[in-house]
Design a protein around this ligand. Structure first.
Ligand code: UDP
Length: 238
């Protein structure tokens, strides 16, 4: 079976790991995502994953409630590590070899992020899970996904969304005339304020020509379908 992309960065929001409750880690949900990842791993696609943390903690929310922003953001980065370990568990339990690399060192549970080592793991067909975001407050895991994709020279970022099947001209829940875009540029996303990612992530992706596919994670086999080049979701050119 031929694939369109050889090396991908899959961005999983924290929400995607939470299931219906919308909070915390849901092992059956992780198991089903792991199965989807295994299907592309079986096709020899090199897979790196960036985990969000919003299912546990968001720095912005902490700051809104009076916490010092950087401190709140560090809690958010630690939340992404919990998600990464859960995902590692889900993948390894179905015999997909993985390594977790963290941008903040915690050597007892994961490797520190080392770019060349990450690439080596990918070449050896280990799924690399990047955790702890960029390691710096005021950034997001979307920005992390773009940064890591640039560093490891990924072909695409697969932006898996929870129940949303692409980018729309307006919120389809609110505006019945909203239409889905098949293709956009990052400049469109920024100019039209489409809110796909934060502006730091969008501009980094634009400046470095990294394409992105936004698609619905909740439909079985969508990761596989995107990797095989099927036109689903919205493709955003760098
Ligand atoms: N975070 C951060 N720096 C980073 C990445 C993440 O400070 O480089 C913090 C930030 O507080 C954020 C939280 O980690 O709210 C969880 O990440 P994010 O909101 O991107 O997760 P997602 O929305 O994808 O679940």
């Amino acid at each position: 079976m031929s694939v369109k992309y050889q090396r991908v960065v899959l961005k999983l929001s924290g929400e995607a790991l939470a299931g219906k409750k919308g909070f915390g880690i849901n092992p059956p949900v992780i198991a089903s995502i792991a199965q989807q990842i295994k299907r592309i791993h079986d096709l020899d696609v090199e897979v790196a994953i960036v985990c969000g943390g919003g299912n546990i903690w968001r720095g912005e929310t902490g700051a809104e409630m009076g916490m010092e922003r950087s401190q709140a953001d560090y809690i958010g980065m630690l939340a992404t590590v919990m998600n990464a370990l859960a995902l590692q568990d889900g993948l390894e339990s179905i015999n997909v070899p993985t390594r977790v690399q963290t941008s903040i060192e915690m050597r007892q549970i994961a490797e520190p992020y080392i770019r060349r080592k990450a690439i080596r793991h990918l070449e050896k067909k280990r799924v690399v899970i990047f955790a702890a975001g960029t390691g710096s407050p005021y950034f997001s895991t979307d920005t992390t996904a773009v940064l890591r994709a640039a560093e490891i020279d990924a072909d695409v970022i697969l932006m898996a969304k929870n129940g949303v099947d692409g980018v729309y001209s307006a919120d389809p829940q609110v505006d019945p005339t909203a239409t889905k875009y098949d293709e956009l540029t990052q400049l469109d996303v920024i100019n039209k304020n489409l809110g796909v990612m934060d502006s730091t992530a969008s501009s980094l992706s634009m400046d470095n020509d990294i394409p992105l596919v936004v698609f619905n994670l909740n439909e079985t086999d969508n990761i596989l379908r995107v990797v095989q080049g099927e036109q689903i979701g919205t493709t955003i050119k760098g």
